[in-house]
Design a binder for this molecule. Structure first.
Ligand SMILES: Nc1ncnc2c1ncn2[C@@H]1O[C@H](COP(=O)(O)OP(=O)(O)OP(=O)(O)O)[C@@H](O)[C@H]1O
Ligand SMILES: O=P(O)(O)OC[C@H]1O[C@H](OP(=O)(O)OP(=O)(O)O)[C@H](O)[C@@H]1O
Length: 222
């Protein structure tokens, strides 16, 4: 099999894998194993020319940027943080939908406490947060975290957080409220720029099949 016939698709475990699977299946691709039960990082599919690599959600753009995977599925939040270098983003898969928001305790003022010059914002989404507050002309101090952002305002680490919100249950369970909407988030199909050129027919055919699958899913109201 020549190299231009092979495709590697990068996916993360959990909601992205679960929600991409039906789209891949509609495009004729089935994973040979379930990453939730298998410890394998490279999975075969029913098509010997197509492999899936299973990596952390925030690593997907990096694997695709460097051509270690030809294609991938990544949240817009992750792509905003990565910057999108070396990637095309041809398709909104309309899965893993949520919102990037500023949130905090219900009594939080949107001005810094008197003892400090700047509001402290805890987040995993440093670029998104910086851009949001810069657009409002507000200088803030960003504290980078890797998870459980909701804890930060409760223990005095930060005044506010920037995090993803879907149902709002996580905020509510921690006594926090959404304060400002930054952007709507969904997952995107991303393609390595060199693969787009060198494997154009194969990549293009897959993008078109996935686009049809996305439209069929939307028409079915899913
Ligand atoms: N509660 C949610 N509802 C819907 N979509 C979400 C939600 N949380 C995250 N997402 C979307 O799904 C993507 C993958 O989320 P997932 O929880 O699998 O990875 P992660 O834990 O954010 O990433 P990493 O493992 O790299 O830290 C996110 O990048 C985002 O686009
Ligand atoms: O509004 P909700 O429906 O409660 O969803 C929001 C939560 O979902 C995400 O976390 P996730 O469950 O993915 O855990 P993680 O941050 O550990 O990946 C996000 O970081 C919030 O904590």
């Amino acid at each position: 099999m020549s190299d231009d016939q092979r495709l590697t698709i990068a996916l993360s475990k959990g909601r992205i894998f679960e929600q991409t699977l039906p789209l891949l299946e509609a495009a004729g691709l089935q994973a040979a194993e379930d990453p939730e039960t298998s410890r394998k990082l490279i999975l075969d599919t029913n098509d010997p020319r197509v492999k899936l690599v299973i990596i952390r959600a925030s690593d997907v753009p990096t694997y695709v940027q460097y051509g270690a995977a030809d294609l991938g599925v990544a949240g817009k939040d992750v792509l905003l943080e990565h910057g999108g270098e070396g990637l095309y983003e041809p398709l909104d898969l309309r899965i893993a939908c949520c919102r990037l928001m500023v949130a905090g305790r219900p009594d939080t003022a949107l001005v810094p406490p008197p003892a400090r010059g700047r509001l402290r914002i805890a987040t995993k989404y440093v670029r998104g947060a910086e851009r949001h507050f810069a657009a409002k002309g507000q200088q803030v101090e960003i504290i980078k975290l890797y998870g459980s952002m909701e804890l930060a305002p409760l223990v005095g680490l930060a005044d506010l957080i920037v995090d993803l919100v879907e149902s709002g249950n996580t905020l509510k369970a921690n006594g926090l409220v959404p304060i400002e909407h930054i952007s709507d988030i969904s997952s995107r199909l991303i393609v390595n720029k060199a693969s787009w050129k060198m494997k154009h027919a194969r990549v293009r055919a897959l993008v078109e099949s996935l686009q049809e699958a996305v439209e069929a899913q939307a028409a079915a109201g899913r």
